[in-house]
Write a protein that binds this ligand. Structure first.
Ligand SMILES: [Zn+2]
Length: 377
């Protein structure tokens, strides 16, 4: 059994490595050097400037992977910090440093929990794994997005726990069980330029755009489901005009964004968009961009397991929701993985004086350990 300080010690070692995206600064080498002697198979996948690490123990199903990142956002003006951002200073219960909460604390908890788990359950069933990247806070191009297709056919994960800071006030008060998808569309509405005094000789694209936008705003895309609100469509920008007061312009443009529930797909939204465009008789060209698929842990048993573990460990049932921004969970979910996000309190992430509770790191280690036991024992 590790000492209670093991997770804090490792978190401090990681914080002392100034791994601003995409520089891993030796964090993954340190972790590999701990997990290899514990019996894990280590795979390093470097794409461009980005280090990715996969550590695996066992090779059967069910498979459970912990997902995290070793990169951090820049500290900003270091003179504004109470303690230097990469010094990893402890003060009372607080461990200060860039990445303490997002997410080196959680990565340390994962590593220590994995070590304890394989030590106590060397003959566990299935497979337990750790997946790390150094490109989550940046463009996220050469990280998990590229790792997943690179390992397809070789590794398949049934369950994933992403250690992003999901908690609000107290550790594990909130678990993220999904995220809405995001689909952008850039619309060009074609008309015919002319003199405002001779509208019968022109075709005003601003009127056409207004008809189309009204039609889109009135459309009910889906009803959502128990875990997701209905899909929403918003217009974020609109532009048209030549600058002259007496000219009907030849075209208008606008940008829209769908935040969509899993009850819709990019293809279904696009098809219904076209139906509205035809019904409102507008001549348009569109440019679509999918920026993120929704992810959604639909497996109720898995969600109940997480709830139960949290209640047994903290005494409280978590709230499960689909709020929040992006995470690397979006790259695992399309392969059929049931993804949840469970990590430290997010109050100070990306801020000056980022900190994490040392007590919470101990608790988080126990939570991760208990999740492994519930799936693999
Ligand atoms: Zn993060």
């Amino acid at each position: 059994m590790k000492s209670p300080g093991a997770v804090v010690d490792l978190a401090r070692e990681l914080i002392r490595r100034p791994s601003v995206t995409p520089d891993d600064a030796g964090c993954q080498a340190l972790i590999a050097a701990r997990l290899r002697p514990a019996g894990f198979r280590i795979e390093s996948h470097r794409f461009g400037d980005v280090d990715n690490l996969l550590a695996l123990h066992g090779d059967q199903r069910p498979s459970l992977v912990f997902v995290g990142h070793t990169d951090v956002v820049p500290p900003g003006d270091e003179s504004q910090w109470r303690h230097p951002p990469f010094a990893a200073v402890c003060e009372g219960d607080r461990l200060y440093g860039r990445g303490a909460a997002d997410m080196k604390g959680a990565v340390a908890a994962m590593v220590v929990a994995l070590e304890q788990f394989v030590d106590q359950h060397p003959d566990h069933r299935g497979c337990v794994a750790l997946m790390l990247t150094s490109d989550e806070e940046g463009e996220a191009v050469d990280g998990i997005r590229r790792l997943m297709p690179a390992i397809a056919g070789k590794h398949q994960f049934d369950y994933a726990v992403v250690g992003e800071p999901s908690s609000h006030k107290n550790l594990a008060d909130t678990v993220r069980i999904g995220r809405r998808g995001s689909l952008h569309v850039h619309v060009t509405v074609h008309g015919k330029q002319g003199h405002v005094a001779y509208p019968h000789l022109a075709d005003n694209p601003i009127f056409s755009a207004a008809r189309l936008i009204t039609g889109l705003a009135r459309t009910q895309w889906d009803q959502g489901n128990a875990d997701f609100p209905p899909t929403s469509f918003q217009v974020s920008q609109i532009s048209a005009g030549t600058g002259a007061a007496n000219v009907i312009p030849g075209m208008a443009q606008f940008q829209g964004n769908f935040r969509y529930s899993p009850e819709s797909t990019p293809a279904s939204l696009q098809a219904r968009f076209e139906v509205v465009a035809q019904a409102t008789q507008v001549n348009i060209t569109t440019d679509w961009q999918l920026s993120g698929e929704p992810f959604y842990a639909s497996d109720k048993q898995w969600r109940n397991k997480i709830s139960r573990v949290i209640q047994e460990t903290t005494g409280h049932l978590p709230e499960m929701n689909t709020a929040g921004g992006t995470s690397d969970g979006r790259f695992l979910a399309p392969t059929g993985t049931q993804v949840v996000e469970l990590g430290p309190v997010n109050a100070t992430i990306h801020q000056t004086n980022e900190w994490v509770s040392q007590k919470d790191l101990g608790l988080l280690t126990r939570l991760y350990m208990a999740i492994m036991e519930s799936v693999l024992c």
